[in-house]
Structure formats: structure tokens, C-alpha cells
Design a protein around this ligand. Structure first.
Ligand SMILES: Nc1nc2c(c(=O)[nH]1)N[C@H]1C(S)=C(S)[C@@H](COP(=O)(O)OP(=O)(O)OC[C@H]3O[C@@H](n4cnc5c(N)ncnc54)[C@H](O)[C@@H]3O)O[C@H]1N2
Ligand code: MOO
Length: 403
């Protein structure tokens, strides 16, 4: 039996084998969730022209010195400018009606809001004395032309899309979305919704893996319940190898007589071995086929598959998209009750974290899938720790922050 390698070493080997996917031009409307491959700079300044911040009258501040409610200044109104309209120049001693967002006319240097006027059409009574620049939004005040708007390696959210649109980007240069095939193996698997035969169980892994990959921005295919026969597995893999950027199998990697994933893929350059991890001890990883597609062979127990995804597949999918290959955000917490852990295996328990206190959920066993639904964190026990008392400080990984 080979010596288990630390989980951190397995992750480092995986990440060392991967490179970000190539980038492509993506129409802005399709770009939410994509990751920028390059810095994006402003194509235009924002605002790109001086304009009014209010509905009111564009004036020369010098014409209104001393104006007040008791001593208003009356000026002839020479024009009216709406948003999107070209502005005529305003002569000294004149005012122009102006709407919010309309370009400032030449000659004017301030805007008096309607509320400080009588809203006159031919002439207007203005009852305040504005500073030069009052209520004027200046060119480049938000961003100058050519300035950085969104840095490379940013996952695009509505906030970023707004800034990119405003600065003139119709498309963005973004990494391709990883295409992930989630393939569960095992003769016992039945798809949920179907009747269960004796000794059969419902396939939960392909749902865990595909949806977790989607949360990370992947496009996915679910291949549920591939039987434990080498030829069927080979066919199923070949079908996905031309399409997928990543294949994640579950099941068939331990020591059983029907563990065909390990048997078939060992001869195709996939490394299999124990990792000092619970759940998630038996693992496989390699680059498969002509396109050298990264293949993760995860253990079949659903909690093992989930934890393995979190520790190994998550950072890999991030790296492929040009993001830092981080795991879930970690926090320190106090343990609600004492626990024991096996020596020599880093352990991850499901837990609930409330106000800095973490309560382990269910037991450590990796078939206890229902407790995953209650968990909001994974509680990490280091490999060399075998007992922890109530109140001990532990690390937890937060599960609710999706990306
Ligand atoms: N003699 C040994 N037996 C086992 C060892 C070992 O070292 N020596 N390791 C154990 C550990 S740890 C794990 S984890 C499992 C991993 O097993 P496999 O990856 O080979 O997976 P299977 O045998 O196919 O299945 C294990 C278990 O999980 C259920 N399963 C599988 N796929 C799904 C699915 N898609 N949805 C729901 N449940 C699934 C399956 O029915 C089994 O109960 O091996 C231990 N054994
Ligand atoms: O590694 Mo298994 O995942 O301990 O149950």
C-alpha cells in the first residue's frame, strides 16, 4: 500500500498540470460570470462631455453675483437643451434651459436648478448666486479615456458589465467557460425519480459535481450511472473526450473487484493513489486522450466526492478560467463539542457555523449525504490532530459563498 500523500501536495500537482483556457471575444450581454483575460480600459472618457447634473438653467456664474430670493436676477432665456441634443452657445447675460445629462453650452459655466427659479420660458428669475462649476458634471470625472476599468482575472458581475458598457465595450475578452463532464460510475446507480430495484441506490454524485461546477461558471454534462464494465466506461469517456475540458468521474477508485475506473485509466496515464484525507482517500488525476483533458477520478461515496471537489476540482476550475486557484473562504471558529479524528488523515466534517461557533453535523462517515444539506461549512481537522476539546479553535471553510 503506497504512503498517502498530503492533500496539499495532490492539489499542487494538479494545478501544476493545468493552464488557463484560451480567451475569446464575448458579447457583453453574454459575459456575466465570465472571467476577463486581459485588462479592459475605457474606450471613452465618462462623462465624455461636460453636462448638467440637474434640470435648470445654464448660466455664467459671473452674471448672477449677488442674486438671492429677495434680490433675484432676471435673464432672457435663449434656448432649451435636452439630453442628447446639441447645445448652442450662451451669450453673456443670457441663460439656457437645460435638462439633466444635456451638454453644457459654450459660454455657460454653472447650472441653477429649477427649484431656485420661477421656471420662466422667455425670461427667468434666478434667486441664487452659483459657484462656477455648480451642478456641472465634468468630462472624465468618473473615468478618463484609456484608464483601467476592469482588470484581467475579474469574474464579471452586473457592476462590471455596467462599467464596461459605459466605457464603450461591446464585447469583452474573456476566458472560455470550462466544459465539465460529470460522470458517475456504478452498476447500483439509478437516476432519481425512477423506481429503486433491490440493492440499487440513487445517483447523487453527478448532481453534486455538475451543479458545483456550474456554480463556478462551467458548462456541464451529466453522465449518470455508467456500468462497471471497462468497455462501457471506455465508450462513455470517449464520447466526452472531444467535448470536455475537464472530466470528473466518481466511484470505482478503491480496492473493489468492480473498480473499473482505476483499472481502465491506470493504463492511460492517470495517477491513482491514496491521499491523507478523510473523506476522500482514494484519488486519481491525469491528462487523458489526444487533447490531454484533465480527468479527476473521485471516490464514490457522495461526501467523499463533495469534499474532493471542494479541495481539488474547485481550485482547478478557477485556474482554468484565469482566476486565482483559491478554495472556499476560511474562518476560525470555536468547536461546540469535543471530537476525535483519525491520525495521519486531514479530516473534513460537515458543520453548522453560527456566531463563530461550529457544531459538527452527523458523523465522519462519507456515505452520510443528507447531512450535507444542513451544513453551511466544512470543519478541518489537521492530519496530526486526533482529539479536540469543546471550545478548541478550528478552521472552517464557508460553503455558502458560491463563487
Ligand atoms: N478494501 C478497501 N475498501 C475500501 C477502501 C479501501 O481503502 N480498501 N476505501 C474506502 C473509501 S475511503 C472510499 S471513499 C470508498 C471509495 O470507493 P470507490 O471510489 O471505489 O467507489 P464505489 O465503490 O463505486 O462506491 C463507494 C460507495 O459510494 C456509493 N456511490 C458510488 N457512486 C455513487 C453515486 N453516484 N451516488 C451515490 N452513491 C454513490 C456506492 O454505492 C458505495 O456505497 O471505498 C472504500 N472501500
Ligand atoms: O476516503 Mo473515504 O472517502 O474516507 O470515505
Amino acid at each position: 500500500m503506497p504512503t498517502p500523500i498530503p492533500a496539499s501536495e495532490h492539489r499542487a500537482r494538479i494545478l501544476a498540470a493545468l493552464r488557463p483556457l484560451p480567451s475569446q471575444g464575448v458579447p457583453l450581454r453574454d459575459a456575466r460570470g465570465r472571467v476577463t483575460a486581459v485588462d479592459h480600459h475605457a474606450c471613452v472618457a465618462v462623462p465624455s462631455f461636460d453636462n448638467s447634473a440637474v434640470d435648470g438653467y445654464a448660466v455664467r456664474a459671473a452674471d448672477l453675483i449677488g442674486a438671492s430670493a429677495v434680490c433675484p436676477v432676471i435673464l432672457p432665456v435663449s434656448s432649451a437643451i435636452g439630453a442628447g441634443q446639441a447645445a448652442e452657445a450662451v451669450e453673456p447675460g443670457h441663460a439656457a434651459k437645460i435638462m439633466t445629462g444635456a451638454p453644457m453650452p459654450e459660454g455657460a459655466d454653472a447650472v441653477v436648478p429649477y427649484e431656485a427659479t420661477d421656471r420662466g420660458s422667455d425670461k427667468v428669475s434666478l434667486n441664487l448666486s452659483p459657484q462656477r462649476g455648480a451642478n456641472v458634471r465634468c468630462v472624465g470625472e468618473d473615468v478618463t479615456g484609456g484608464a483601467l476599468v476592469v482588470a484581467a482575472g475579474t469574474r464579471l458581475t452586473p457592476r462590471h458589465l455596467g462599467a464596461l458598457a459605459a466605457t464603450g465595450h461591446g464585447t469583452v475578452d474573456a476566458h472560455r467557460e470550462p466544459k465539465v463532464a460529470a460522470m458517475s460510475t456504478g452498476a447500483e446507480l439509478v437516476q432519481p425519480g425512477q423506481p429503486l430495484a433491490p440493492a440499487a441506490i440513487y445517483d447523487s454524485n453527478s448532481f453534486i459535481i455538475a451543479s458545483a461546477a456550474e456554480e463556478l461558471g462551467a458548462r456541464t454534462r451529466c453522465v449518470g450511472g455508467v456500468p462497471d464494465e471497462p468497455s462501457r466506461l471506455r465508450d462513455a469517456l470517449e464520447e466526452q473526450l472531444d467535448w470536455a475540458d475537464v472530466i470528473v468521474t466518481t466511484g470505482g477508485v478503491s480496492a473493489g473487484d468492480y473498480d473499473v475506473v482505476k483499472a481502465l485509466l491506470s493504463s492511460h496515464g492517470v495517477w491513482f493513489g491514496p491521499v491523507a484525507l478523510q473523506p476522500g482517500k482514494p484519488q486519481g488525476f491525469g491528462l487523458v486522450g489526444r487533447r490531454r483533458v484533465p480527468l479527476f477520478a473521485l471516490p464514490g461515496n457522495p461526501v467523499s466526492a463533495f469534499v474532493s471537489f471542494e479541495l481539488f476540482v474547485r481550485p482547478a476550475l478557477r485556474l482554468l478560467q484565469g482566476l486565482k486557484p483559491d478554495g472556499r473562504p476560511a474562518r476560525h471558529a470555536s468547536l461546540a463539542r469535543a471530537l476525535t479524528s483519525p491520525a495521519g488523515r486531514e479530516q473534513y466534517l460537515r458543520g453548522t457555523l453560527t456566531d463563530g461557533v461550529v457544531t459538527p453535523l452527523g458523523g465522519p462517515d462519507s456515505h452520510l449525504v443528507a447531512s450535507l444539506a444542513q451544513a453551511n461549512c466544512l470543519l478541518r481537522v489537521p492530519a496530526m490532530t486526533t482529539t479536540l476539546g469543546a471550545g478548541a479553535k478550528v478552521d472552517v471553510l464557508l460553503l455558502e459563498d458560491a463563487r
